[in-house]
Design a protein around this ligand. Structure first.
Ligand code: GKR
Ligand code: MG
Length: 425
């Protein structure tokens, strides 16, 4: 069996005005949808970033994959490693204020590898997680990912591209955040909570955690400022938050800063900012900076690399959670299958999925029930593309004109003097 066609389609999905310490989400998030079609007609799916540099690299290797066996992942690795490494200036931003240093090759390989593995599983007629070693859980838990946000009504005065539909409204106070949590938990049944902090003052963030703790006493809560707090602030807030947090996610910049904070507070430090590849993993071992790593197959180099990360975490007594960036259902199902096959991924995974209303899957959006996504006994990741929805979201991509993410620039449309500061408080 050979690969007959490879399609990479950039799409844009409507994004609400979510805030983080790096700025404001734009009205659209761009994603690349990958289809790897075998000569038997089966199609493996993948989804990844669509920032210009990634999209160009995906397109530049796409044709070279035609004729390969979908089982020949080593050939895929050779082909995706042959590109020119990006210069520093080309490195793209994929999380607030952080220019990811890990090689683009890992993102390109990982994007196609996920689709290759999905295709392999479809060819074998087994679920993707079975190919990955078998499901250790049939229901993969996710967390309620809370964001502060502007209301659509407010942002549309400046940027009418934001969708009018906004059932969440403005979320800029403690009470509004608790109401957001309540709504998200009522809708999806989440059993743990993640708060994207670093937007309001640290004291307000702490008040939010306290209010959430009171309202949802059984829900573990994690807080993530994306390095918006200084060492000193993070230490003082840790004292106030004593016993309230499941883990402290990127409270302060740098691996060294996280190590000092862990030493000072004893709290488990978690990251998706300072340990993002295997080199950084090694550096972390030397300083014990973080005790929880958020894996993410989109930039760790695919599904097998995520499993390799899991094994290394197990070997070195590091815990594993899962990072999310804005994504659609193909990413959600890929995350679900790899998480289902990793025994030591014991935390609920992050997901942005509830923040979107669109998707491009046959049968509509992926259901999240009781806070979990179910692994279905279907070939591959168990979902198929709706070609009409794909075409419409591709048109949306062409119309919106975005080819990446710049939360700071978007924020400056509202606050012209606003600057990204790391740390801010
Ligand atoms: O979507 O604003 C956001 C998040 O802040 C995202 O960009 C982060 O990468 O979710 C991520 C995180 O956990 O840091
Ligand atoms: Mg994070």
């Amino acid at each position: 069996m050979k690969i007959a066609r490879v399609r990479v389609t950039p799409v844009a999905v409507c994004n609400p005005p979510l805030l983080n310490s790096g700025g404001l989400h734009s009205p659209y998030t761009v994603r690349s949808i990958i289809e790897v079609e075998a000569d038997n007609g089966l199609v493996g799916l993948g989804e990844t970033f669509a920032d210009r540099m990634v999209l160009d690299r995906l397109n530049s290797v796409r044709e070279s994959l035609v004729g390969l066996s979908p089982f020949d992942v080593n050939a895929l690795r050779r082909i995706t490693q042959s590109g020119t490494p990006p210069s520093g200036a080309e490195a793209f931003r994929f999380m607030p204020g952080s220019w990811n240093g890990n090689p683009t090759d890992a993102k390109i390989f990982g994007a196609f590898e996920a689709a290759f593995l999905d295709l392999q599983a479809r060819c074998l007629g087994i679920p993707l997680c079975e190919l990955l070693g078998g499901a250790v859980r049939q229901q993969v838990p996710f967390s309620a990912y809370l964001f502060f946000k502007y209301s659509a009504q407010y942002v549309r005065h400046v940027d009418p591209e934001y969708a009018e539909y906004d059932p969440w409204g403005e979320v800029l106070t403690v009470d509004q955040l608790v109401a957001e949590a309540q709504r998200m938990i009522d809708l999806y049944g989440f059993r743990s909570i993640k708060v994207k902090a670093g937007v309001l003052t640290p004291q307000e963030d702490v008040a939010c955690i306290k209010a959430l703790r009171k309202r949802f006493p059984a829900h573990p809560i994690r807080l993530d400022t994306n390095a918006a707090w200084s060492q000193d602030t993070a230490r003082r807030m840790a004292e106030l938050l004593d016993g309230d947090l499941e883990y402290y996610e990127d409270p302060t910049p740098g691996l060294g800063g996280m190590a000092d904070l862990h030493l000072a507070t004893g709290l488990p430090m978690a990251t998706n900012m300072v340990v993002t590849d295997f080199d950084e993993f090694r550096r972390n071992l030397a300083v014990n900076g973080v005790q929880v790593i958020l894996g993410d197959h989109h930039y760790w180099g695919g599904l097998r690399a995520t499993q390799q990360l899991a094994s290394m975490c197990e070997m070195f007594d590091i815990e594993l959670s899962m990072h999310s960036n804005c994504h659609l259902g193909i990413s959600l199902m890929t995350m679900t299958h790899v998480a289902a096959a990793i025994p030591n991924l014991t935390y609920a995974c992050d997901t942005h999925y509830p923040w979107f209303t669109e998707d491009l899957l046959q049968g509509g959006r992926v259901p999240i029930r009781d806070g979990s996504v179910a692994v279905q006994n279907l070939p591959g990741m168990g979902v198929d593309l709706d070609p009409k929805a794909l075409a419409e979201m591709h048109q949306q991509y062409l119309r919106c004109g975005l080819s990446g993410r710049d939360d700071a620039a978007q924020m400056r449309k509202f606050k012209p003097d606003w600057e990204r500061k790391k740390p801010r408080f």
